[in-house]
Ligand binder design. Structure first.
Ligand SMILES: [Cu+2]
Length: 155
């Protein structure tokens, strides 16, 4: 198994060396500087085709980055959302990006910012792992695996 895992990294290094230069160096920045803490997706009943993903993003870099989008094979569409109170109602709306200030941890949590998943392809069971790609403003992306959890936080 070890040799099988080595091939992609060798290929990756070859690609970076061969195609490298400023573009690749810049594109790698945000994804490398941002660590993802405790990503999860809220479980919903089978008839419900939308849900949300939550996580914490720690920007260990010296510059602010933006989360500009996400995608996952389990959803037909993905949007970045935030909640806002208007006329006593808690509404959510789409936002173009979420700010990730340098040196800070930004928490996407229920009632605040979240990653909205529409048109779920399959019923997600608690304990399932959902692959999510996070896209940053510098063009880099980070792949995370989010656990499906019940709304009450129990696995
Ligand atoms: Cu939403």
């Amino acid at each position: 198994m070890k040799s099988a895992r080595r091939v992609p990294s060798v290929l990756f290094i070859w690609v970076v060396i061969t195609l490298g230069g400023p573009w690749v160096a810049a594109a790698a920045a945000a994804a490398e500087q941002i660590s993802v803490i405790d990503p999860y997706v809220r479980a919903v009943p089978p008839v419900v085709k939308t849900t949300a993903a939550f996580l914490q993003l720690r920007n260990q870099g010296a510059e602010e980055h933006l989360l500009v989008g996400a995608d996952t094979p389990v959803a037909g569409a993905v949007e970045l959302h935030m909640h806002s109170a208007a006329n006593g109602m808690l509404r959510m709306r789409r936002v173009p990006h979420i700010h990730l200030p340098a040196g800070q941890v930004v928490t996407l949590e229920p009632g605040h910012e979240h990653i909205m998943l529409f048109d779920l392809a399959a019923n997600l069971q608690p304990g399932d792992q959902v692959p999510i790609s996070l896209h940053f403003s510098d063009g880099s992306s980070k792949q995370v695996s989010a656990e499906v959890r019940r709304a009450d936080g129990q696995p």
